[in-house]
Each structure stands twice: as structure tokens, then as C-alpha cells.
Design a protein around this ligand. Structure first.
Ligand SMILES: [Fe+2]
Length: 546
């Protein structure tokens, strides 16, 4: 049975649309819509390009699909509208089934984890009139322990503070998380007035939510993400907000550190209380707050937690996966554990060659790019590495990556300033050989998806200063030969040539653009950035003199 799960919706506030095709309990293809529209987060778009890709990957037509599954169960006439949209774009619509947004988040993490039982923690901005859910999952049974009201939202809290600090809500939260490491949590007393823990519950002070206080202004809908959502009362507590692009002061860094710390305090209390109720120390995380890899580390290190699983798509691109899984579980199919995130498009040598010749590029056609790439890395070059199927989720995991020597201390500054064109404080992550992970990082966590930060050992700081954050942590990817053989071989060859058993790895894109999907976008990124070399499968392109 073929089932397609979709996420996002018809309103401007919806984001991270995606489509996932599953056959029985197995994922066949999955991708975010932004990879096809080339607009980051594909706001307000249903995933037309992603569905088209999924069908092409499987070599099937829409007639072969039994169900289209989606969240947004509470939206009026939504099933009918999706069915009409699918029929309009594809000529036919399978039956549409709707599920609760947070049950989709929960399914996406629990069934991907391979755990037989779990405490499932979904903390989000909002969806289907709530902001998250806590469950006890066992076999195919899911018991809801707690559901949070839409207005009482940790995602909203973090988004509001992102706005207060001069960044874009529902876009730049990860910048605030990066900034937090540069400050001290000196504002905890103030933050206790904004957000406070309460066992399995928490209380976000709604007197700071302008949309609730100023109801008369929002008679037809909530605000757009570009409007201010916090009241001036927040500035009475914390002082004046930071204007976008204003200099970053110590006060801003300390506020970032404090708001992050307060989030962690609340999350830990929720996790501990949930485990006390379920009796199950294995935790699965989802919801947009699940992208907070620093909070995930605090959960991992908590003594009440035995095992932690965070999927590569804890955010809204993952509800497409969860919706498909819920349907297939209903139909009696066992769901296969997700070992890797390489479910997106790949491109043949002929397709790439066609593009290269079309733009008149100078290139070499190599038998195996590994050796040449190691030489380039050894010269300090910053390399675009485009291989195989694209990653599902926001992290580049070695198939659409920019890579560099992590022992090169200047790499971070150079990549931020002349390749990604972004803030100087933004950290980079290591992709490390699975076999060597424990030599450099603590906690022994199997980390295929770069969603959890781990404490770095002194060996990591010494061998790979470019990928250890200012707070002595790193958001690592452990690379295994059985899930990404070419990337594992590349890092192994780099290590054999005298480098540490890891590479600096960041997504192949320019700031504010989605990660590159197709060869044409890779070429655009290469020629419009300070990248030295680009490998498109076995084809090597280099800037003059390199
Ligand atoms: Fe969500």
C-alpha cells in the first residue's frame, strides 16, 4: 500500500511543507517543498513539488496511492480542500485522511526511533489548536498525558524572544540558540516572570502576548510573523528590545543565555515528570522546540533519561512523515526504524554533465572524488560536496554539504563571512567517524542527525577547534559506513592523510536560502560564494588557480 503524508497548509502562517511517500511500513522518498520552490520554509505552500518528486522516485502515479494523509484535522473543510487541490494538480486525488498535528509529530519520532515503548515529548509553536502533547507510547498504543493550550506555548515563547532580540520569528530561533552560548544567564529572575515550570505543565505569561492583550487588532486572524507579537510590558521587564541589525551587546547575549536556560529548566521538569508517570526512561522528542539541540543535550544528560531519540525532522516537515505513519499503523503495517535521512532526490552523471556543458563550465570527470577531495581539504580549501540522495530535514549530513578541515581555526570566520555571508558567531559542526566519536565527545550518543549537542572532550578542542562551540560543546553527526559509505570513506581518507577523524560540515547554501537540491542550485552557490572547489558526484569544478 502506498501512502503519501503531507505537511503545511493553505495559510501564510504554515511553513515547512513536505511530502513523504511510504510503501507499507517503509519510507520510499521524503523531501521538503522548499527544495523545489527555492523559498526557505516554503511558507503557505502545499507540497506540490515534493509530491511530484516522491511519485517520480518510486516510478508510480497518483492513481497508485491509496491515501493522502495530513495534519490540520481541526480546519474546516480541510480534507475536501486538499482532495480538490491534489485532483487539480495531479488529475486525481486519493482519499484524504486528517490527523491531529501533534499526534503526527509524536508518531514521526516514536515510530522512527525503533523503541517498543517511549515517553514522547512534543513541544511546538502551535498546530490544531494546541502547542504540544506529552504521551506514553507502547506498541501501537499512544496515551495522552498532557496537551498544552495553543496560547501556552514554548515555541511561541522562543519565537517571541527571537523577535525581541531583533531576529525573525519562526526563522532565526537557531541564531538565538547559538548566541546564548556567548552570554551568562543573569536574567533568570526576570524570566521567571515570563515562563515558569510546573511539573508536567508550564506557564507562559500571556500578558506579554500582544495578540491576546490587544484582541481588537486581530479580529480576523493572528498576526503575520513580521508584526510585533510582544507587548511593551516585556520591555518593562527586560529593557528595550534590540532593533534588527543593531550592535549585539553583552546584555543581549545574557538575555539569550537566560531565555535558553529558562527553556531548559521547563523542558527538564516536563521530561522528569513525564517519565515519573510513564515509568519509561526512553524519550522521543518532536515539535519545533525539538530543533533546540542544546536543550536536547540537557535532556540526554539528565539522569532520569536512559535513551533519547530525536528524528532529523522534529519540526513541521516531520508531520508529513507522522501522518503517513499513523495511517499505515492503522492499516496494520509495522513501521521500519529510520537509520538515515537520505530520502531526497539524486541526480545522474548524465543530468549533471548536461548542466555543466549547458553553462560552459570547466570541470574534471574523476573516477572517484575521494582522493582529490582530501588533497583539496589538505590545502585548506572550502569544498562543496554534492553526492547521492539529498537529506530530509534541515541538516546537511554529507550529501549536500560544505566541508573543510576542522583543525583550521580560521575556517569558521572565513566560511561565515565569505561563503555563507552570515553572523560571525554562528557555529559549525563536526561530522565524525562513528568509530572515533567517543575519543572526542562525551555521552556516547548515537548521533546520525545533528540534532543533539554533546560536550566536547579536550581532545576535540585541540584537534578540531573550528567545530567546537564557545561553550565547549558540538552538534555532531556520527557517520557510519552502512548508512553513508562515500562520506565515511572521505572522512577515513582525510584521517589517514593525517587529519582528525572528522570534517567541518555545514549545509551547501548561502545564508537565507534553502539547502541546495539540484546541480543548478549547487553551481549557483559555488559561483556566487567564496567556495574553492565543488564536487558534483565525480565532477570536480575549481575556482581559477585551484
Ligand atoms: Fe508543528
Amino acid at each position: 500500500m502506498y501512502v503519501i503524508g503531507i505537511s503545511s497548509g493553505l495559510k501564510a502562517g504554515h511553513h515547512d511543507g513536505a511530502a513523504v511517500l511510504m510503501q507499507d511500513g517503509v519510507i520510499i522518498a521524503a523531501s521538503e517543498e522548499e527544495r523545489f520552490t527555492l523559498g526557505k520554509h516554503a511558507r503557505g505552500d502545499l507540497p506540490k513539488g515534493a509530491i511530484k518528486y516522491c511519485l517520480r522516485e518510486a516510478g508510480i502515479s497518483i492513481q497508485d496511492v491509496s491515501f493522502i494523509c495530513s495534519p490540520l484535522k481541526t480546519y474546516p473543510n480541510y480534507a475536501q480542500r486538499v482532495a480538490e487541490w491534489v485532483a487539480f494538480n495531479f488529475g486525481h486525488s486519493p482519499k484524504v485522511e486528517l490527523y491531529d498535528h501533534h499526534m503526527c509529530h509524536a508518531a514521526s519520532t516514536y515510530y522512527s526511533s525503533g523503541f517498543d515503548e517511549a515517553t514522547v515529548v512534543c513541544l511546538d509553536n502551535s498546530g490544531d489548536n494546541s502547542s504540544g502533547v506529552i504521551l506514553h507510547a507502547k506498541g501501537t498504543q499512544q496515551t495522552v498525558l498532557k496537551r498544552f493550550a495553543r496560547e501556552n506555548s514554548l515555541g511561541l515563547y522562543y519565537g517571541m524572544m527571537t523577535q525581541y532580540l531583533g531576529y525573525q520569528m519562526t526563522n532565526d530561533e537557531y541564531k538565538v540558540m547559538g548566541l546564548a552560548s556567548y552570554g551568562e544567564p543573569t536574567y533568570l529572575e526576570e524570566f521567571s516572570k515570563i515562563l515558569r515550570p510546573d511539573g508536567l505543565d508550564f506557564h507562559f505569561n500571556q500578558s506579554f502576548d500582544k495578540r491576546i492583550v490587544d484582541k481588537a487588532l486581530y479580529t480576523t486572524d493572528f498576526s503575520t510573523r513580521q508584526e510585533r507579537i510582544f507587548t511593551t510590558g516585556l520591555e518593562d521587564v527586560l529593557g528595550p528590545r534590540r532593533l534588527p541589525n543593531a550592535p549585539l551587546e553583552e546584555r543581549h547575549r545574557n538575555i539569550a543565555a537566560s531565555l535558553q536556560k529558562q527553556l531548559e529548566v521547563v523542558e527538564i521538569e516536563i521530561v522528569e515528570s513525564a517519565i515519573a508517570q510513564t515509568g519509561c526512561p526512553d524519550v522521543c522528542i518532536a515539535g519545533g522546540v525539538g530543533l533546540n539541540c542544546k536543550a536536547n543535550m540537557e535532556i540526554l544528560l539528565n539522569p532520569a533519561v536512559r535513551r533519547l531519540y530525536v528524528p532529523p525532522v522534529p519540526h513541521d516537515a516531520g508531520v508529513a512523515l507522522g501522518a503517513a505513519m499513523l495511517k499505515l499503523v492503522e492499516e496494520g503495517f509495522p513501521i521500519e526504524k529510520m537509520d538515515h535521512a537520505y530520502w531526497g532526490p539524486s541526480y545522474t552523471a548524465d543530468e549533471i554533465k548536461f548542466r555543466l556543458n549547458q553553462i560552459g563550465a570547466d570541470y574534471q570527470d574523476l573516477n572517484d572524488p575521494t582522493e582529490a577531495c582530501v588533497k583539496d581539504l589538505g590545502k585548506g580549501y572550502k569544498v562543496g560536496w554534492f553526492q547521492g540522495r539529498m537529506e530530509y530535514g534541515p541538516r546537511a549530513l554529507g550529501n549536500r554539504s560544505i566541508i573543510a578541515d576542522p583543525s583550521d581555526e580560521g575556517a569558521k570566520e572565513r566560511i561565515n563571512s565569505s561563503i555563507k555571508y552570515r553572523e560571525e558567531f554562528r557555529p559549525f559542526c563536526p561530522s565524525i567517524l562513528y568509530e572515533h566519536q567517543d575519543d572526542y565527545f562525551d555521552a556516547g550518543f548515537d548521533a546520525p542527525f545533528m540534532v543533539v549537542t554533546l560536550p566536547a572532550k579536550s581532545t576535540a578542542r585541540k584537534a578540531a577547534p573550528a567545530v567546537v562551540h564557545v561553550d565547549d560543546t558540538a552538534r555532531i553527526q556520527s557517520v557510519r559506513a552502512d548508512t553513508n559509505a562515500p562520506f565515511h570513506a572521505l572522512i577515513s581518507a582525510f584521517h589517514k592523510a593525517g587529519g582528525p577523524p572528522m570534517l567541518l560540515n555545514t549545509s551547501l547554501n548561502i545564508n537565507e536560502q534553502p539547502t541546495v537540491n539540484a546541480p543548478l542550485e549547487a553551481l549557483h552557490t559555488f559561483f556566487c560564494s567564496g567556495l574553492d572547489v565543488l564536487y558534483l558526484e565525480n565532477f570536480r569544478l575549481a575556482k581559477p588557480g585551484k
